[in-house]
Design a protein. Structure first.
Length: 367
């Protein structure tokens, strides 16, 4: 199984994860946190308006997570549900706890809401006060467990694919139609949590992509052995698809004037881009498919969950110099992103990695 090329180290995908984490910080800066300190700068307002759809980078994270969920299940088919849940807690809980506790102790976040956050309940529909940025972690946690349990419960692959296809379709349909072409995260009709629905759709699509890619790589190997003369054509076609889909994503995320109103286009474009990157055969996937390009990928999660703490620190320190923030727009944004990334990287080394090892050892004695 490990010889399958679909299991190779995907340095280019790790690079994308890191870049997307920085883009999410950029979006949150412009749409929430730095704006009160800009003295109503027209340039900040313009940048915020242009980047209004960058928040849907989250759909890309969900899709990538689903793909890696499939790979994880294929590598460890015998793991129990308890083992899977414990691995997820070991991986996710400590950085989340660090962020939640710091926000509650030092920055005034409600203690009761924080306690629910520590239990991954932000997007469960059971937490009514779920302000903050870590709703994604809650949705990711529960939906990954759901799909793992689905894998265990529905052993027939064809039936499992059918169930996942239906879930993906209706979850996307729910979001797109309820928000008039966008994605939400509130409760709908008091029953459906749209954040959870986004995770069900994205992770499910990523899981199906993992199955699809495993099938394609097998066919690719056979075809490549029979006909090696088409390598240039393959490179040109995949490079074209990478450049076109990647450029359209950048335009959609950061040039709202030219974006398409129906944001389901993000899912379509990123799926094409992601599959092309998996091949490692195009110009972008080749350039970014090196270990040094992947160095930041392992920090993406800690950067994401710690950004609220980072913003709270900056609000109480150098953002208070509103004149500087107003006059030096690009520099202020760059410094803010670098500081948020730096805090996330420190958290990864000081909290995420050590605690994951400790929790894994503890859970191994229990499960």
């Amino acid at each position: 199984m490990n010889q399958n090329p679909s299991y190779r180290k995907l340095y280019n995908i790790e690079f994308i994860r890191f870049v997307f984490a920085l883009c999410i910080i950029y979006f949150h800066l412009l749409h929430s946190f730095i704006m009160p300190y800009t003295e109503d700068s027209a340039l900040y307002q313009h940048l915020a308006d242009q980047a209004r759809y960058a928040k849907y980078i989250v759909e890309c994270f969900f899709l990538m997570s689903g793909y890696f969920l499939y790979q994880s299940i294929r590598k460890h088919p015998g793991q129990s549900t308890g083992e899977f849940v414990c691995r997820k807690i070991s991986r996710l809980w400590a950085p989340l706890a660090c962020s939640v506790i710091l926000m509650a102790v030092f920055f005034g976040k409600d203690l009761y809401a924080s306690f629910l956050d520590l239990l991954f309940l932000q997007s469960s529909g059971l937490a009514t006060d779920w302000q903050g940025l870590n709703w994604y972690v809650s949705a990711f946690f529960f939906v990954e467990i759901f799909y793992f349990m689905l894998y265990k419960a529905v052993r027939d692959p064809a039936r499992r694919r059918l169930v996942i296809c239906l879930l993906v379709y209706f979850a996307y349909e729910l979001n797109i139609n309820a928000t008039d072409g966008e994605f939400g995260r509130k409760m709908l009709y008091g029953v459906f949590n749209m954040g959870i629905a986004r995770a069900v759709a994205g992770i499910g699509l990523g899981y199906l992509t993992g199955e699809f890619w495993e099938y394609v790589t097998m066919k690719w190997q056979n075809a490549h052995r029979e006909n090696k003369g088409n390598s240039l054509l393959v490179f040109l076609v995949i490079s074209f698809l990478e450049v076109v889909s990647g450029t359209m994503l950048v335009i959609n995320f950061f040039f709202h004037k030219y974006a398409y109103e129906n944001q389901f286009i993000v899912v379509v474009l990123f799926w094409v881009f992601f599959v092309c990157m998996l091949t490692g055969k195009g110009i972008i996937s080749r350039i970014t498919d090196h270990p040094w390009m992947a160095a930041g990928g392992k920090y993406a999660y800690s950067i994401y969950v710690m950004q609220e703490v980072s913003f709270a620190v900056m609000e109480r320190t150098w953002w208070q110099n509103t004149g500087f923030v107003h006059q030096h727009v690009i520099l202020s944004l760059v410094l803010s992103i670098l500081m948020a990334a730096g805090i996330g990287i420190l958290t990864c080394h000081l909290i995420e990695k050590p605690s994951a090892g400790i929790l894994n050892r503890v859970f191994s004695k229990v499960v």
